[in-house]
Ligand binder design. Sequence first.
Ligand code: F6P
Length: 322
Amino acid sequence: MLKKIAVLTSGGDAPGMNAAIRAVTRMGIHLDCEVYGVRDGYSGLMENKIAPLGLRDVGGVIHVGGTMLGSARSKEFMTVEGRQHALENLSSHGIEGLVVIGGNGSQTGAYELNEMGFPTIGVASTIDNDLIGSDITIGVDTALNIALEAIDRLKVTASSHRRAFLVEVMGRDCGYLALMAGIAGGAEAIIVPEIPQEPAILVERLHESYQRGKTNGIVVVAEGAKPNIETLIRFCQDHDTGFEMRATTLGHIQRGGAPGAFDRNLATRLGGNAAERLIHGERGCVVGLIKSSLATTPYAEVVGRTKGIDPDLFRLAEVMAL
Ligand code: F6P
């Protein structure tokens, strides 16, 4: 059994990260382990920003978005020498294992440390839902609901003016957020990086919707889509869709919200389970939710790969837009 573990958050923050930090800390202390928090992700690990976390330190955070530990990128950590330095800092506190809460880049860092002989375990957390090892990652549900609220609002004003809105949602190179926000928001079209679409087809779809009597059109565009929202809006404005065209980019608004019940519970389950596994000697894997159950996936199957989207859902979205 490990007696001292640390926890850090890395990469883009995601609503629910605080609940995960709280769960790691309280489970760790429950199992007679000392728990340390690393400030500012891997950058803080390089700078030895490592301090004990007590039960009360993680009080009053479960309902707060962002990460109380902070998150920052570190170029130095990308080098072997940098990671060696990070391990020296961890050892200087007597820390024997590390829980890394984050997405793809963060889990790659955890994998590297684990390969260097230091026990690490990951907690699947990113609003992009592109991480292999969890059907849904911490933050996705909240980000989706924030995008949806914005889409619902845009729909109202769009209807008043018989307009169509292109709405850009986050997701890096993954179309999951766009796809699910599009289905739930009743979008006319969804543009994702995984399924390239000609702008002319989009114009045709919007024009047909207009002719079928629709008073508004919502097109959800993933930030990684090619063509991107700027190209698409220019093309739509230069061609006849019937609708007056507008574009809105939601951006970081999707990351900043208070976590909903789903993310708080998911983060608590994943964080608690990761701490328990690490303390009992498991390492080298990401803890996630697969087919509604807690599961681990070895780093080798996670790093350097991304999850795809379900083409059946994309086809369903097209039918629902009729
Ligand atoms: O990975 C989460 C995410 O929000 C992506 O959807 C987005 O592409 C990226 O982070 C934005 O990064 P930053 O916060 O550094 O601008």
